[in-house]
Design a protein around this ligand. Sequence first.
Ligand SMILES: Nc1ncnc2c1ncn2[C@@H]1O[C@H](COP(=O)(O)OP(=O)(O)O)[C@@H](O)[C@H]1O
Ligand SMILES: [Mg+2]
Length: 372
Amino acid sequence: MKSGTPPWDDRLGVRIFLGAVLVLGVGAVTAWAVALLTGPIIFHEHMLLVETPHPDPEVVRHAEEAFDASWQLTLLLALIAACVASVLVSVFLARRIARPLNKVRSAAMRVAAGDYSARVPEGAMGAEFTEMISAFNRMAAELDETEHTRKRLLSDLAHEVRTPLATVDGYLEAMLDGVAAADSETLSMLRVQTDRLKRLAEDISLVSSAEEHRLSIETQAVSVADLITAAQGQARSSYAARHVALEVDEASEGAVVLGDRDRLSQVLTNLLDNALRHTQQGDQVILRACSDSTAVFLSVEDSGRGVASEHLPHLFERFYRVDTARDRAHGGSGIGLAIVRSIVEAHGGNVRAESCGLGHGASFTVELPRHG
Ligand SMILES: Nc1ncnc2c1ncn2[C@@H]1O[C@H](COP(=O)(O)OP(=O)(O)O)[C@@H](O)[C@H]1O
Ligand SMILES: [Mg+2]
């Protein structure tokens, strides 16, 4: 980017002044030429029309000289006054235009240097400048937000990878030192950690492709009742093992959605998995389906731990966990709900989370366009 003081003939004020001088020059030359060519002739003809048949030539000469002198003086004074006015107007306009431009330029240079907090103060500078400044500020705010997310993602990702890697590293070192044996117990422990890393990589790639609208969706007509039955069947054993009741309220009335059966199943599996993870023995989870003429609603309601209201808007963000330590200990990486949202949005639907607060359970509702 060009910076520093621009050469004199490249300055805004000089350009405005040169423009004004050009207009002034054309006006002055035209006025001079017209006055010179027509003024004396008209004046002379009028002098000859005076009453006396033969006007004194000396009087006529004096009168004509006086006329010439007066129009030339008038034009000269007008030209000087216009020159002074155009200098003043050029300086005023240049300052008025340059001030906001300089502010935007220095803020843009700060943004280019990585300082996304740079903003241009809005002032009374005219509608066009106000629009330009607010567009610039919006752009800087977006960049700020993106940068913030990028930094958080990188640090979260590093954290997620570090824990299983440290475990694997510890086991391998113990085996090399002969402290631990390479028996099936150790190997299966290692397998758990590598599985966790594999799942993390798959989850991240799934969310990334969904966010870039590259998620491959094999569209077909999917019966809502089938989806519910499949999800229930898959969750049954893990729910039974934890003594959490899984109830199904399937009232979709034969509704069909257009979408990818496996991906939609994954949505319900993730929601049921979360519900199980945040409930205790004796709690209840209801898997519900209903529909109206245009939409299908799938919901998972639990009577478990619930979510405090300040966390609700963030649950669907990547790596967001309400209780980082506790949720991580339960094996969660905080991507499950981000995947849910990505898949649902790729199907033209939306998902929302509700909870009446800690200890009052939570409910997640997916809304999809009804196909039939
Ligand atoms: N049914 C639920 N009840 C209470 N909290 C929940 C529930 N489902 C999700 N959460 C909260 O939302 C966070 C994000 O969920 P998710 O993206 O699935 O990540 P995780 O990998 O931790 O399950 C969880 O860590 C948890 O704190
Ligand atoms: Mg989850």
